[in-house]
Structure formats: structure tokens, C-alpha cells
Design a protein around this ligand. Structure first.
Ligand SMILES: [Fe+2]
Length: 412
């Protein structure tokens, strides 16, 4: 029996046409009538206890819709790890490597992660102090606040009024040595309620988006690509992004633009000689577009903050050169040029009408296609607003597939 699903609710701000396929609720119990109409069989679709058939169905649903929500389920860290691993059975370690929280202290990710001792691939994230949690006597958690990352922050006065920002648009990935995880699972255990906020872009467009408190915002990488004009599609299909070695250490002193979509270029990045030991062969050079294994669509998947260079292949033979960018190919290493170009290509994809902002309820279990969406933490909590989530993603066993030869011919 097919798993029952329902579309995610469309926000009044959403572009219904472009957002209608994004996200699906997976019913925890799908009910089917048997011969005796008075009795009902309740078939559980529990993310930790999927049958092999259900798992295949869930995989297909995820790659089609980008994110799945199982509401009101109790999921152990072991079950969460097992489901995450089921998407890539050969994967083993947390997306940034296991037990990394004590090392690479300079990394900007360091304060956000606490490992569950029993299942080191699962991280405890959230806000406030959590006691006696899955073997952790006391965990002090801090919801990332944009003022610690953006070059300028919303004033205290405006924050009081409920204004906030996207913290950082990203893909969950180490972007050095390890391969980007295929999926991420996020499980909301403690979810403080509070008034909704208004996420402001503050980039001169006047764009803003009403969001639930502490939402996780998602955009679809396939839409981000689809809405580009032909010359940028041609560039995207021919381009690879080279990430900095130890990108989160490298970028630590740099500050973000107001949309959380990349960094300002103020020459604040660490010099390569200041980084922890690194080697050329572990540097990640990844296609700008990642091919969806089920739909075949191309998803614009770039972590803008970690990008250091763009490698553009020349136009294929016979392609129309008129209006083409970098028709003979190029290696762009000027950081400002790299970031300006990425911003131009990615900013349309985070327009308010294209963002899904999840309204977390306790015991929501969310599975998202980390190779098909970008996401961001949003909002601000007060220290006494305790939030506890379990997060899991696993460094993948393969590298993301880029555009096929046909794709290049089609778009270049
Ligand atoms: Fe993330």
C-alpha cells in the first residue's frame, strides 16, 4: 500500500506554482478499510521502523519533494542514525567527521554541535541548557544568532519588535576531505513556542518574510537553477566550485552579507598558511549543479560561504556564443568576483515566495535532501527558551553527480 502523504501548507507569501511540489507530510498512520468495514487496520509509517518497501517509497518521495515530515513520532538516536544511513549504506561518520567538536576549535561550527555519546553520528543542537539528555549530564546549547556572523545586525530595538534574519544559507557538508551527505534528519524534541518573527533581507530590496519562531528555512536547488536566465544556466552547467581547505576555519574571521547568502569580501579570511594542516588532494571541487537521482533535475547546490574559486569549462562545440559568459572557459580566483557571481545566481532562489519556513512542533521528524536543497537557521531565542533537536547527516560514500553530457548540450 502506498504511503499516504499530504502537501506542506503553502504560506500566503509562497509562489504556489513553484512551491507545490516542495515537501510532503508522511502520515504516521495510514488507515485502510478491510472487508469488515467496522474494523480498520492502522499501518504505521514510522521513520525508525520502515519496511524495505516503505524505505524505497520514502527515498523516492524525498528525492521528488526535497523534504519529508513525520509528525508526532518518537525516534531514538539509534533509529535516526539507521534511517540516515539507509540512504547511503556505506556511509559511516557524521558529515563533519565524528567527535570533531573538540578539535578544530577555530571552526565556526564548533559552538553549535554536541555529540550524543552513544551514537556519535547524532548531534544535539538547540538553545538553553539541557540536563540528563541521552547520556549528557548537562549541555549548554546556543541557537546561532545572526549578530555573531553577519557584518551588521538588526538593532536591539527592531529585534524586540520581532525582526530577524536568515543566519546562514548552506548545505550540511564539511566541504573538505569528506563528501557532502545525501540527507539530513532533524528531530525536534523540545520546541519553545513564541510569537512569529519577520525575517528581513536588508539588501535594499525591501524583501521580508513572516516566519514562525526558530524556523528552519528551505529553498529548492532545482528551482534556484530553473529560474535563472539562459546565460547563467549555461554558466552553471559548465562550472565547478572549488572550496577552501578547512573552509569553516578559513572563513571564521569573515562576516556575512545581510541575507546570510555568502560572505563579504573584506580580506578577513585566514591565509592558507594559518589553517590546520591540509593537502591539495582533500580540497573539494564540486559541480555547481547536482543531478537528482530520481527526477534527473539539476539542483543548484553551492555553499556560498566556503567557495574559493569557480572553474568554468568552455562552451561545447556548436553552442551559441552570443551573450555567453566565459565562452572559452575560465578559472575565477578573485574572491569578490567569485562571490558576486554566486550571489547573482543564488539570490533569486531565496526570494520570499520560494522559501519554505517550517513551523516546528515537538516530535516533528524532518528528513531533507541535503544534495537538493539549501537551508538556514532563522530567528533568535532568549536564553531561557530551551530547544533541543537531534541532527544527523553522514559524510557520503560518493561525490555528487553533476550535469550529464545531454544536460550540458541542453543548457550551455
Ligand atoms: Fe544545517
Amino acid at each position: 500500500m502506498a504511503i499516504e502523504t499530504a502537501p506542506f501548507p503553502l504560506a500566503p507569501t509562497a509562489d504556489a506554482g513553484k512551491m507545490k511540489e516542495f515537501g510532503r507530510y508522511v502520515s504516521i498512520s495510514s488507515v485502510s478499510l478491510v472487508a469488515n468495514a467496522t474494523s480498520r487496520i492502522v499501518k504505521d509509517v514510522h521513520p525508525g521502523k520502515l519496511t524495505p518497501e516503505q524505505l524505497e517509497e520514502v527515498k523516492e518521495l524525498l528525492y521528488k519533494h526535497g523534504a519529508l515530515l513525520f509528525p508526532n513520532v518518537v525516534v531514538t538516536p539509534e533509529e535516526q542514525y539507521a534511517l540516515t544511513k539507509a540512504f547511503d549504506p556505506q556511509s559511516e561518520n557524521y558529515g563533519h567527521g565524528n567527535n570533531k567538536t573538540g578539535e578544530t576549535k577555530k571552526s565556526i561550527l564548533h559552538p553549535d554541535l554536541k555529540t550524543i555519546p552513544r551514537v556519535p553520528q547524532v548531534q544535539l543542537i538547540g538553545n538553553g541548557t539541557v540536563y540528563n539528555h541521552e547520556g549528557l549530564a548537562e549541555a549548554k546549547l546556543k541557537h546561532p544568532h545572526h549578530k555573531t556572523f553577519h557584518a551588521n545586525a538588526i538593532s536591539d530595538e527592531d529585534e524586540e519588535k520581532g525582526y530577524t534574519r536568515f543566519y546562514r544559507w548552506h548545505i550540511d557538508a564539511a566541504l573538505y576531505d569528506l563528501e557532502p551527505p545525501k540527507v539530513t534528519t532533524l528531530y525536534g524534541l523540545k520546541v519553545p513556542r513564541g510569537p512569529s518573527q519577520i525575517c528581513r533581507y536588508d539588501d535594499g530590496t525591501g524583501d521580508e518574510l513572516p516566519v514562525p519562531l526558530g524556523t528552519t528555512a528551505f529553498v529548492c536547488g532545482a528551482t534556484m537553477f530553473d529560474i535563472l536566465p539562459p546565460e547563467l544556466k549555461s554558466l552553471a552547467v559548465r562550472s565547478k566550485v572549488r572550496y577552501a581547505p578547512h573552509p569553516y576555519v578559513w572563513m571564521a574571521p569573515a562576516r556575512s552579507n545581510t541575507t546570510g547568502l555568502g560572505l563579504l569580501t573584506e580580506n578577513k579570511e585566514l591565509a592558507l598558511s594559518e589553517l590546520p594542516e591540509w593537502s591539495e588532494d582533500k580540497i573539494k571541487v564540486l559541480p555547481m549543479l547536482w543531478k537528482n537521482p530520481v527526477t534527473g533535475l539539476l539542483h543548484y547546490q553551492v555553499h556560498p560561504s566556503g567557495a574559493a574559486a569557480i572553474e568554468v569549462a568552455p562552451l561545447p562545440e556548436g553552442a551559441n556564443r552570443e551573450g555567453a559568459l566565459y565562452p572559452d572557459g575560465a578559472t575565477i580566483t578573485d574572491l569578490k568576483e567569485v562571490r558576486d557571481l554566486l550571489y547573482k545566481m543564488q539570490r533569486p532562489g531565496i526570494a520570499p515566495s520560494l522559501v519554505y519556513a517550517h513551523d516546528w512542533n515537538e516530535l516533528d521528524f524532518v528528513l531533507f535532501h541535503n544534495r537538493g536543497v539549501l537551508h538556514s537557521v532563522v530567528g533568535a531565542f532568549k536564553p531561557d527558551q530551551v530547544r533541543a533537536f537531534h541532527q544527523c547527516n553522514l559524510a557520503a560514500s560518493d561525490t555528487p553527480a553533476g550535469p550529464s553530457e545531454e544536460d550540458v548540450k541542453k543548457y550551455a
